[in-house]
Design a protein around this ligand. Structure first.
Ligand code: UD1
Ligand code: UDP
Length: 393
């Protein structure tokens, strides 16, 4: 019996860790599973815990309004020390690249507890893009003991860093597991604005639904204003489009977004949506405009084109396969690229393809199978996830 402590703190970590937690918990005779949330996010995190019915054993409740990176790192370290000392887990599992991820890995290292990194190996090789995630993930990988890479590209990045190949394993991305779990259920929109938009008779039909999200720290200030101005122009030039924008609660995002877009008739600014509403919104969208990491992985499985408002991405697979295009944060370029997809059907069809380089819905099973193998609870190294690529070991 091995004790695994899963530590996470934000919405995307929660969405992507839930499938692993559920899979670990299904193996009752092999694992004792504990869940600790830092609550770096509060309401965004709670929505995910609620919808997937996960109850944490520990809740550090660290979030403060407009928190700094210093505050997050120091609070996580301080609050985790007694928990790690009390629980003495055989392994801590962290996910991705948030400051919770890095600080939890660091705390575990200080106590010489093995760390498993889910979604290891993503790299943009630009330390300020995305900021601070690129450094968070590199530092987490430097500390980790086993690596669950979503793709072959991620595995190759870890191999370049001289990590023992024995401890690196390609699983696919667990976000696809979570997406399939949610989309399997019958759905009716819960958000009142979406209910009105989709279930009542509208004076003008929706010709195209555009889904927008933006929240990255490196886009605060001028870039977020440019993004909003581009959306304003799209809304005016294409009045039949409906633009739905769930706005991140960070004041650096919320204030400029409401100021620039608050009064436009066909722009629907809604609070962050629960994962069920959001996943179903992706499903009915025509295109997605975002700076999010997770959406670049989810949208391709539903065949939706994604225009990514960043200069670089650590998720090159969907760019290569053609469903994701990097457009940066220049107002004119964003407008031009959206216009192209709205007006040129052949251009749209070229990138709206249902190929998914990120997963097949079995990433959590592979992750847990590899943990069993690592601890000697099973003899055979399990099979890795590959998409149209050759095995490299
Ligand atoms: C964080 C992560 C980022 C991840 C993103 C996912 C860091 C430094 N950043 O960015 O990597 O991509 O989450 O969304 O780890 N807030 C609320 N309620 C919430 C959540 C946030 O009000 O439930 C507000 C608070 O004022 C908070 C602020 O947003 O201080 C910023 O939250 P923070 O976690 O620091 O940054 P994010 O931009 O959310
Ligand atoms: N998401 C959600 N509700 C929203 C916006 C996003 O459930 O209103 C989901 C989305 O499907 C994805 C994840 O949250 O799985 C992405 O989170 P976020 O954009 O906060 O972080 P990132 O992916 O950039 O790390």
């Amino acid at each position: 019996m091995k004790k695994i402590l899963c530590i996470f703190g934000t919405r995307p970590e929660a969405i992507k860790m839930v499938p692993v937690i559920k899979q670990l918990k299904s193996e009752k005779e092999k694992f004792e599973v504990k869940v600790c949330v830092t609550a770096q996010h509060r309401n965004l995190l709670d929505e995910v815990l609620d919808i997937f019915q996960v109850t944490p054993d520990y809740d550090l409740n660290i979030m403060t309004e407009n928190q700094s990176l210093f505050q997050i790192t120091t609070s996580v370290l301080k609050h985790l020390e007694p928990i790690l000392k009390k629980e003495k887990p055989d392994m801590v599992l962290v996910h991705g690249d948030t400051t919770t991820t890095f600080a939890a890995a660091l705390a575990s290292y200080y106590l010489k507890i093995p760390v498993g990194h889910v979604e290891a190996g993503l790299r943009s090789y630009d330390k300020f893009n995305p900021y601070p995630e690129e450094i968070n993930r590199r530092l987490t990988d430097a500390i980790s003991d086993i690596y669950f890479c979503p793709t072959l590209t991620a595995k190759k990045a870890i191999l370049k860093e001289n990590i023992n190949p024995k401890n690196i394993f390609i699983t696919g991305n667990t976000v696809i597991d979570a997406l399939y779990m949610i989309l399997k259920k019958k759905h009716k929109f819960q958000n009142p604005i979406l209910r009105k938009l989709f279930y009542s008779h509208l004076p003008s039909p929706i010709s195209h639904l555009i889904l927008v999200t933006a929240h990255r720290r490196e886009n605060f200030g001028k870039p977020i204003e440019n993004i909003c101005n581009a959306i304003k122009k799209i809304s005016r030039e294409f009045p039949d489009c409906k633009i739905v924008y769930p706005v991140h609660p960070n004041p650096n995002v919320k204030i400029p977004v409401h100021k620039i877009l608050g009064k436009l008739k066909n722009v629907y600014l809604v609070p962050p949506l629960n994962y069920s509403d959001f996943a179903n919104l992706i499903k009915i969208s025509y295109l997605i405009l975002t700076d999010s990491g997770g959406l670049q992985e989810e949208a391709p499985s539903l065949g939706k084109p994604v225009l990514v408002m960043r200069c670089v991405t650590e998720r090159p697979e969907a760019v290569v396969s053609g469903t994701v295009k990097l457009v940066g944060t220049d107002e004119k370029i964003i407008f031009k690229e959206v216009k192209k997809l709205l007006t040129d059907k052949s251009e749209y069809n070229k990138i709206a393809k249902s190929t998914n380089p990120y997963g097949d819905g079995f990433a959590a099973i592979r992750t847990v199978d590899f943990i069993k193998y690592y601890f000697g609870l099973s003899d055979k190294r399990p099979g890795e996830f590959y998409v149209g690529t050759k095995k490299i070991q």
